[in-house]
Ligand binder design. Structure first.
Ligand code: AMP
Length: 114
């Protein structure tokens, strides 16, 4: 088992506000929200970055998006819109090396991103 903060959340060693869980995927509220809705959707499998995704992970990665879609509906941002972000490595500002999909909504976002 790895030792990122997200591994500890998966193992329930530290608490998080969990909004979705199944055998493969966990979703919880970001501790430092950047929007009214800011949820992190993660695979329970330890995959550090997008660079580490394998062919066999394709269904799992697809599932992250299906969970994002479901949560967007539940949080009433499906129609207004939302942003899904996956940062990879230092130039993108990745801080936690356990793959995670940010679901952000409840406000307008600018483009291009900073
Ligand atoms: P990233 O910069 O893409 O690696 O994003 C990491 C995210 O994890 C940041 O938005 C943090 O606020 C969030 N984060 C870090 N620790 C926790 C935690 N214990 N519970 C919830 N979110 C966290």
């Amino acid at each position: 088992m790895g030792d990122t903060v997200f591994s500890k959340i998966i193992r329930k060693e530290i608490s998080a506000e969990i909004v979705y869980e199944d055998d493969e995927v966990l979703a919880f509220k970001d501790i430092a929200p950047q929007a009214p809705i800011h949820v992190l959707i993660i695979p329970k499998k330890e995959i550090p970055t997008v660079n580490d995704i394998n062919e066999e992970d394709a269904p799992l990665i697809g599932k992250l998006f299906l969970v994002a879609k479901k949560l967007a509906k539940e949080f009433n941002i499906a129609e207004s819109g939302y942003r899904l972000v996956m940062n990879c490595n230092k130039d993108a500002g990745q801080a936690v090396y356990h793959l995670h999909l940010h679901l952000l909504g409840g406000r307008k976002f600018s483009w291009p991103p900073g």
